[in-house]
Write a protein that binds this ligand. Structure first.
Ligand SMILES: Nc1nc2c(ncn2[C@@H]2O[C@H](COP(=O)(O)OP(=O)(O)OP(=O)(O)O)[C@@H](O)[C@H]2O)c(=O)[nH]1
Ligand SMILES: [Mg+2]
Length: 228
C-alpha cells in the first residue's frame, strides 16, 4: 500500500490534466501549421548552443520560434534573443520539467501561424520531462559526448519516446574518450525508432544533416495540411 494514497491521486490527476492539455496543444499546433519539437537532455548537454546556431542558420530557411524552460533565470532566452525569431522564457521555479499548460500560456504570446517550427527547450533533466507530453509533433533527446555512453540505458524513458537522438559536442569526443560505437549501440538498443545525429554546435560539424531533418519535418507538416 502506498505511504500516502492522496499523493498518488494528486500525481495521477496532474498527469491526466497534462495529457488533456497536450491534446489541446497538439490540435492548436496542427491548426497553426507549425511543427512543435520538444528538446530534452540532461543539464548542459548543449540544447541552447544547438538552438543558437539553428535560429541563426536554419532560421534563414524557415521561420523558427523557441519556448525555453528553466527552473531559474532567463539566461537561455537572452542567449537566443535577437536571432530573428520569437523567444519566450518559462521559469518553472521548483518544477523539474515543462508541463503542457505552461507551454500553452507561453504560446499565447507568439504568432504561431507565422512560424514553420517551434522548438520547446525543456528543463535540463533526463527523467521528469520524459513523462510529460507537451503536445509536440516530435521529441528529440540530446546526449553529449561528455556525459557517458550508458545514459540511454540508465534513462531509457526519454530515449524510448524520442523520434530523434542528437549526439552533441563531437568536437570533445576524443578528449572525453567517447566510445562512439558503444553509444550508438546503446541508443539503438533502447530507441531503435530514433534517427541519430552526431554534431557539434561549436565547429558546425554535422549541422547540415540536422537542418535537413528539420526541413523534412516542416515539409511533412505542409504536405499533410495540403492533403487534409
Ligand atoms: N566544445 C563544445 N562545447 C559545447 C557545445 N555545445 C555546447 N557547449 C558548451 O556546453 C555548455 C552547456 O551548453 P548549453 O547550450 O548551455 O547546454 P543546455 O543543454 O542548454 O543547458 P541547460 O539549459 O542548462 O540544461 C556551454 O558551456 C556551451 O558552450 C559543443 O558542441 N562543443
Ligand atoms: Mg539551455
Amino acid at each position: 500500500m502506498p505511504a500516502s494514497p492522496t499523493a498518488v491521486l494528486v500525481g495521477e490527476n496532474l498527469k491526466a490534466r497534462n495529457d488533456r492539455q497536450a491534446v489541446v496543444n497538439r490540435e492548436y499546433f496542427r491548426a497553426a501549421g507549425v511543427v512543435a519539437l520538444n528538446l530534452l537532455s540532461s543539464p548542459g548537454s548543449g540544447k541552447t548552443a544547438l538552438l543558437e546556431r539553428t535560429l541563426s542558420e536554419f532560421g534563414q530557411r524557415r521561420r523558427v520560434g523557441v519556448v525555453v524552460g528553466d527552473l531559474q533565470t532567463d539566461n537561455d532566452a537572452r542567449r537566443l534573443a535577437g536571432r530573428g525569431g520569437p523567444v519566450v522564457p518559462i521559469t518553472t521555479g521548483t518544477v523539474c520539467h515543462l508541463e503542457a499548460d505552461m507551454v500553452a500560456r507561453a504560446c499565447a504570446g507568439i504568432d504561431l501561424a507565422g512560424l514553420d517550427l517551434l522548438v520547446i527547450e525543456n528543463v535540463g533533466n533526463l527523467v521528469c520531462p520524459a513523462s510529460f507530453d507537451l503536445g509536440e509533433g516530435a521529441r528529440v533527446v540530446v546526449l553529449s559526448t561528455t556525459e557517458g555512453e550508458d545514459k540511454p540505458l540508465k534513462y531509457p524513458r526519454a530515449f524510448k519516446t524520442a523520434q530523434a537522438v542528437v549526439v552533441s559536442k563531437t568536437d570533445l569526443a576524443a578528449a572525453a574518450g567517447f566510445d562512439r560505437d558503444a553509444a550508438l549501440a546503446n541508443i539503438h538498443a533502447v530507441a531503435p525508432q530514433a534517427t541519430v545525429f552526431a554534431l557539434s554546435a561549436r565547429t558546425g560539424d554535422g549541422l547540415g544533416r540536422w537542418y535537413d531533418y528539420l526541413d523534412g519535418l516542416v515539409e511533412g507538416r505542409r504536405r499533410s495540411a495540403d492533403a487534409g
